[in-house]
Design a protein around this ligand. Structure first.
Ligand code: CA
Length: 221
């Protein structure tokens, strides 16, 4: 696992400790120590998870969390100095995914990070027996490698992240070919056809990608 973790922490020793532990656990950590830097950095870098300290110079964790939630669903682990604060934070419904209280052991933080990442990793997909590894474009269904091309992987990942929602061919093309490369409508059809065939081989009778006549495609169990 090579998830990129943003650590927002203004105590250098603690930030360094978290950085080292996360790195040793196979993550790619990055540290910011000023609240003002966080939102622009997240916009530009889209990390996989954020460890966000509440009390920060520049801008506090509450405002940062709210601002990030306006444009991103990235998992956020809020770090507070007082356990009493957690109830208040929960009441504010900031949209943080979990709360950790200082002092904590770095080991505990790593465990929480793993849990939150697992939970965030498209739960619907896991429920349907699908596991997607974006770093290798590898998809398995009930433990069986689907052997997808990059385009097929992206299609499955995108549709699977929004179960039940119908996407037109044009929308899927925008998503799969963001560089606006001119490809015909039938290109998507042909990729979807191959993808469905591979799913059918791995799990006969299980149709995850459905075509909606005259409209497009959707993911549904
Ligand atoms: Ca602090």
């Amino acid at each position: 696992m090579n998830a990129r973790i943003l650590i927002v922490e203004d105590e250098p020793k603690l930030a360094g400790l978290l950085h080292d532990y996360l790195q040793q656990s196979g993550f790619t950590p990055w540290v910011l120590d000023n609240g003002l830097e966080v939102v622009p950095w997240v916009r530009a870098q889209s990390p996989d998870l954020i460890l966000l300290d509440l009390m920060l110079p520049g801008k506090d964790g509450l405002d940062i969390c709210k601002e990030i939630r306006a444009f991103s669903t990235v998992p956020i682990l809020m770090v507070t100095a007082r356990v009493e604060e957690i109830d208040r934070l929960l009441g504010l419904e900031l949209g943080a995914d979990d709360y950790i209280c200082k002092p904590f052991s770095p080991r505990e933080v790593v465990a929480r990070v793993k849990t939150v990442l697992r939970r965030a990793g498209a739960p619907t997909l896991q429920a349907s027996g699908l596991v997607l590894d974006e770093s290798r474009y590898k998809a398995t269904l009930h433990g069986q490698d689907l052997d997808l091309t990059a385009v097929e992987f992206k299609l499955l990942q995108f549709l699977g992240a929004h179960p039940g929602r119908i996407y037109s061919r044009a929308q899927l093309m925008d998503r799969i070919y963001p560089d606006q490369r001119t490809v015909g409508d039938r290109t998507i059809d042909s990729h979807v056809k191959k993808l469905r065939k591979k799913i059918a081989v791995a799990a006969p009778g299980e149709e995850l990608i459905h075509s909606v006549y005259g409209v497009g495609y959707k993911f549904e169990e």
